[in-house]
Design a protein around this ligand. Structure first.
Ligand code: ZN
Length: 359
């Protein structure tokens, strides 16, 4: 998490009616600040806000596009809510997604803004599930603390959460990131009289949706691309797992990431022997595992497929130099330069390697 303010003090509220009751605008599912926290929210530095519309529109479009559906939502900014809310105006027959640019900017932990994306997916999930038809249930829970009604609200919220998990997996986003906004916003309170279920139920729902997407292809024969993409996805997860990217956790890094990733790449070019991209990437993984012999071998196979690729020779040359195979290293660097005169930094490697020879 980039920033820390007591967001756990947020009160999750849902479903308010704006303007004339039930005829004007129905606001479904907003996550709002407690009255006492509003000042604090207003004081968040503006630098963490992002100018809303183009980015948010792009994200909503991305989700709808993946569903092969048009983007017919209207987007509006609202600085009185934290995160976002889905609303329906029956008079205008318009579905809205309201969002608080400042709060979303706070929640995001990376430039990709996966937290914002997950929140938008949740709101879209409400719209597509027609949850605004159940405004009375939300009102009953909120105003009368009717536990039965609150239970139904939880069902709706978890439906939207499952949708979030499902879409996040579809977008190749890790489960941890899919759940990140939830862990920042929610907590395990007594939810019996609340419209929103407690954190653990919501995290579970996101996970369920995530796994539904992950297992959707379980029985479909796997292609080389499937293994390649899975390996790349794991690499992305590895880069985000700062805990293992330390010297102390070398073994965990190897066991949890590098070795399984390497096996996936191997599987990809086993299925498609012309898959040089998978070979080259596995070469890098082998190098990270300090298995330079294997890295050199796999680069040899890639070079057979792409004999005029200067980059491939350069990479093999580098691996050779790492284990003192100077002859092959020099040959590869020279070949790389021949193929790519004036380009790349191969010359530097060549000079460095010559230096090693002189020593
Ligand atoms: Zn909701």
């Amino acid at each position: 998490m980039k920033y820390s303010i007591p967001l756990l003090l947020l009160l999750l509220t849902c479903l308010t009616v704006k303007g004339q009751e039930h005829t004007e605008e129905v606001r479904l599912c907003s996550i709002e600040l407690k009255e006492s926290e509003k000042t604090q929210e207003a004081e968040l530095p503006s630098v963490i806000a992002f100018s809303g519309h183009p980015i948010i529109e792009g994200m909503v479009y991305k989700i709808m596009n993946m569903l092969v559906l048009p983007m017919n939502f209207k987007l509006e900014e609202d600085y009185n809510i934290i995160a976002a809310s889905s609303r329906y105006n029956p008079t205008k027959r318009t579905h809205y997604i309201y969002f608080n640019p400042r709060a979303l900017g706070y929640l995001d932990t990376s430039e990709e803004r996966h937290e914002t994306l997950s929140i938008l997916a949740h709101e879209i999930g409400h719209h597509l599930s027609l949850h605004h038809n159940f405004i009375d249930t939300y009102t009953k829970c909120k105003k009368k603390k009717d536990e039965n009604a609150c239970g139904k609200c939880h069902t709706f919220e978890l439906e939207a959460d499952r949708f979030t998990g499902y879409m996040m997996h579809k977008m190749n986003i890790s489960l941890k990131e899919a759940q990140s906004a939830y862990t920042q916003l929610s907590f395990n309170y007594d939810d019996s009289k609340k419209t929103h279920p407690k954190l653990e139920k919501r995290l579970m729902a996101v996970k369920e949706g995530y796994n539904i997407s992950a297992n959707a292809y379980a029985n479909i024969p796997k292609t080389a691309e499937h293994y390649y993409n899975k390996a790349r996805f794991m690499m992305m997860e590895m880069m985000q797992d700062q805990d293992v990217l330390t010297k102390e956790n070398k073994k965990v890094l190897e066991d949890n990431y590098l070795t399984p990733i390497s096996l996936l790449f191997e599987k990809a070019y086993e299925l498609n022997p012309n898959f040089d991209d998978a070979m080259v990437e596995n070469g890098m993984v082998y190098a990270l595992l300090n298995n330079y012999e294997k890295a050199i071998k796999v680069m040899g196979n890639a070079i057979e497929l792409e004999p005029n690729n200067a980059e491939y020779y350069k990479m093999r040359g580098f691996y050779c130099s790492e284990i003192g195979n100077v002859d092959q290293g020099l040959k590869d660097f020279r070949k790389s330069m021949e193929l790519n005169l004036g380009g790349t930094q191969t010359g530097k490697y060549l000079i460095a390697l010559k230096g090693i020879m002189v020593e």
